[in-house]
Ligand binder design. Structure first.
Ligand code: ZN
Length: 202
């Protein structure tokens, strides 16, 4: 069992969204993918530095590295403010990734869970198939999410760790960053090894 960690975006022309008090999503996802890779023994870091990678190239890297699962890290961007929270997205009907996403959601630091839900602007933390409608997405977002999930030749989980405009305090907190990676590591360990905190490669 091999897990591929990859930060979304990267390179001079693909910077992703803006994270308040930080900068580009591309740099943040690189940072977090490095942390996740360090937390997951035997995992592979598919984008180890700031480089341009097409979706096709990402899929080829996952294949070349014989990944069984890819975890793609992103930060959500939505026009305007008022949206909060972590979300995990999987291909419709992929029960394994739905299960993994749900377990991660139960383990993530509380600061990245929903802070507000007024039914109109704020979203709740969720795990969802990419095609399901939610108030925090739009058609363009779903098409991009489908492209990300569809580029890999294996099970893939797309994690939007939070929103760059509203979750930035939590996203930039190093303790929360580390705990988020530990949550993912624990969920992966439970699902694939039945052992908390131990990810054994074969
Ligand atoms: Zn992104």
């Amino acid at each position: 069992m091999k897990i591929g960690c990859i930060g979304g975006h990267g390179g001079p022309s693909n910077r992703g969204c803006f994270i308040r008090s930080y900068g580009d999503e591309a740099d943040y996802t690189l940072l977090m993918s490095r942390k996740l890779h360090a937390a997951l023994p035997g995992s592979v870091l598919l984008r180890p530095y700031d480089q341009t990678l097409s979706l096709k190239e990402r899929g080829q890297l996952a294949k070349a590295n014989q990944c069984d699962v890819v975890i793609s890290l992103h930060v959500n961007a939505v026009p305007g403010n008022g949206l909060y929270g972590f979300s995990a997205w999987h291909w419709p009907g992929n029960a394994r990734m739905q299960k993994l996403g749900k377990r991660i959601l139960t383990l993530i630091p509380p600061e990245l869970r929903v802070k507000r839900f007024d039914g109109t602007r704020s979203c709740r933390s969720l795990v969802s198939a990419i095609d399901e409608r939610h108030i925090d997405d739009d058609k363009r977002w779903r098409m991009r999410g489908r492209a990300v999930l569809g580029c890999y030749p294996c099970d893939t989980l797309l994690l939007e760790l939070g929103f760059g405009a509203t979750d930035y305090l939590a996203l930039l907190d190093t303790t929360i960053q580390d705990n988020l990676c530990l949550a993912i590591e624990r969920a992966v360990g439970e699902q694939y090894n039945g052992i908390n905190g131990q990810h054994v490669t074969s």
